[in-house]
Design a protein around this ligand. Structure first.
Ligand SMILES: [Zn+2]
Length: 121
């Protein structure tokens, strides 16, 4: 009984410490989020992972949480391009953040992902 509480406390500390360190390398977890398309919210135009620093802005200056600041600024899209054009722009970017990814695979992934984004639906 008396040793129980102490042992549990130590185990908690250890597992928490490991978790923290594993996820703390800047940007890398976001990169993963983009590739596997899971827990990160994506820009609904270019599929960039969004966080509070990269949200676009509405005409009234408030944040637009659907799009990133590169796509959507001051209430409108910054570039008037087609979905295929945005995919062309994104392929080199996806390849640069995903070592070993071929252009063909990047294009296939984006070709599946983009039609699900709000701007291209
Ligand atoms: Zn965007």
């Amino acid at each position: 009984m008396q040793g129980d509480a102490g042992r549990r406390g130590t185990a908690n500390l250890v597992s928490r410490g490991v978790r923290r360190t594993a996820g703390k390398r800047d940007g890398s977890s976001q990169v993963k989020g983009f590739v596997v398309r899971t827990k990160y919210q994506l820009c609904q135009s270019c599929s960039l992972p969004l966080d509070s620093d990269s949200y676009g802005t509405n005409a009234d200056g408030s944040k637009n949480t659907d799009y990133c600041k590169y796509c959507f600024d001051n209430g409108k899209f910054t570039q008037n391009c087609t979905m295929d054009e945005v995919i062309d722009l994104c392929v080199p970017y996806v390849m640069s953040i995903t070592p070993g990814l071929s252009e063909e695979t990047a294009r296939t992934q984006l070709g599946k992902l983009f039609p699900t984004l709000k701007r291209w639906k």
